[in-house]
Design a protein around this ligand. Sequence first.
Ligand code: DAH
Length: 348
Amino acid sequence: MEEKVKKVIGDIEQHAVTTAEEAEQFRLKFLSKKGIIPALFEEFKSVDAEQRRKLGKILNELKTAAEAKFTAWNTQAPLQAGKQEGKGVSGPDLTLPPYPFELGSRHPVSIVKRRITEIFEKIGYTVSEGPDIEDDWHNFGALNFPADHPARDMQDTFFISPPGNPHPAHLLRTHTSSVQVRVMEGQKPPIRTISPGRVYRNETISARAHCQFHQVEGLYIDKGVSFADLKQTLYYFVHELFGKKTGIRFRPSYFPFTEPSAEMDISCIICGGDGCNICKHSGWVEILGCGMVHPNVLDNCKIDSLLYTGFAFGTGVERIAMMLYGIKDLRLFYENDIRFLSQFRPAL
Ligand code: DAH
């Protein structure tokens, strides 16, 4: 039997393959269940004790060598998939064109959110975030909405009650103004920050309203900040986002957390101010609410309202995306229709 084993060792040593097919034939011949090596092991069982020790060792070496050879062919040198008549070439064909990568596109809300963020980062604003699930204090109380005040009805709220307890402890934030409270509680002026994020309202879903959408809140607190600073900042923002020719106007308004408060309109960029369905034939579209931070809000957040003033503003991301892209139905943003989504590319 020793002779037999030595012959197999010789065969294996001399064995050379150039294709994957030949390597497989090698495996079948020597290593597979019905191959030569397992057969030798079978025969080995009936060898007498004296020969066993010596033969066992060579047999094991044979098996290891055969396996190592097979592994090396498969992992190191690339073998051709099949035989190529007359050619000794191996490896993949590098001249073949590559498979094209499927490129995704960004969601229009993400594109606009990012663009707004870039515009404010250029003038020194940081980005702050807060939780979607808020408590009453951060969403309403600290923002000068007294308990039971009708101003709370301005925003239809999803309340979250603990099981078995009818009194709501938390809610889904109705605006990102909640983040300005968190920032003021945690930082000292000067503060210059924007807070992009998702907000929720208990509204009937239609082409113009949804139960979820996105806002970007802005906040600037320092000594001597005035309404003129607010206007200049928003002029800059509108001109960067919509172009220098866009008309801007402020209308007096009411928010519990700002005094004085205003809403800002821009000239309709769809019809250029001539009047269309988007601007309801007025030539103007409201894009944000703003005002000087109410002294009560500063005091609620432990910022001295005699020393500091500030402005805040809040704008809807979907509303802006609708203007920029001429989208007429708000629901499209949340239907995940690939035909809609694939039209948007990052560059705006
Ligand atoms: N939070 C307001 C809303 O969701 C928007 C807003 C108005 C934010 C005035 C402000 C502001 O910071 O000053 O309707």
